[in-house]
Write a protein that binds this ligand. Sequence first.
Ligand code: GTQ
Length: 346
Amino acid sequence: MAEITTDQAYSQITKLGAEPLWRHYGDLFHPEPRSAAVPHRWSFSDLRPYMLHFTETLSLEEAERRVLMLVNPGLADPPATVNSLFAGIQIIMPGETAQAHRHTANAFRFIIEGESAYTTVNGERVHMRPGDLLLTPGWHWHDHYHEGSGPMMWLDGLDFPLTNSFEAGFFELFGDRTQKSSVPDDFSSRVYIHGRLNPVWETPQTASSPVGNYPWSETERALAAIGDDVDGSESEGVVLEYTNPWTGGPVMPTIDCRILRLRPGFVGRPARTTASTILHAVRGRATVEVGDTTFDLEPKDILAVPGWARYRLDCASTSDDVVLFAYSNRPALRALELLREEALAD
Ligand code: GTQ
């Protein structure tokens, strides 16, 4: 090969489908993670009128789901909200059905507004109220129906960016628009919600929690029972994780869901984690620094916190407490031994 120049060797190996690692090494191996996602806030009150607009112009016969995707400016194609996770806001109007389907992506809904809708999950009608967390783990049939009045809106969380990156995304229509009820309404929540009293006649069918709905009333009770008797975590205040009653672990293999309560005057210690996180303000006004940006979260807003970004939470500007809902890809990172979390100096 002495007769060819080095430049020719580079172009020849490219034609042969090879590249020199030494010219790419620094792009592939970083001292620390570099998220393509950017810190970003979505204002619920800004988006809400457009949600309502589409209820007038788009029927649910025309759309699989009426959802506004919250697309991170750094993750437009394929769209994602943070690495491996998606957030969307879904709206369904009285009398509408969102047809039955299933997908390998894990999903949950956190209810923002409205009453008297339910999701049928594998034959069980699971009713929704604001603040409830409903699970539709991967490959569970689900359709939504609204039998009440007024718009019903919720935050959808899915891991399809992850399932698609693994090239393991499957999707299937049920056939009929809705499933028949084949299990008593809200049965899984009634059986499992007590947590420390599990049914012995059941055996786990999937790695995900069998609970259809973690009702807000129980979350409130848990927060009230703890009250102001603990400081909680230095960075995130009183943090409660929704758990799988079989394992005590996260609700789904790729997504964990938590409630954070920042007591009045809370000023959090900065921290970072390789987990990519999405925050949703349930009540109160929080200030959240992510990287170099400071966000004021109004109730119902949604915030993307990219992995390994420095973040700091506080509610010093209000005399009320703040409650946030948070979900992340922490369980997936933990399973792959990629989870690193640390507190930082102020
Ligand atoms: O409600 O089943 O936001 O399938 C995205 C995909 C919601 C749902 C989304 C979905 C759903």
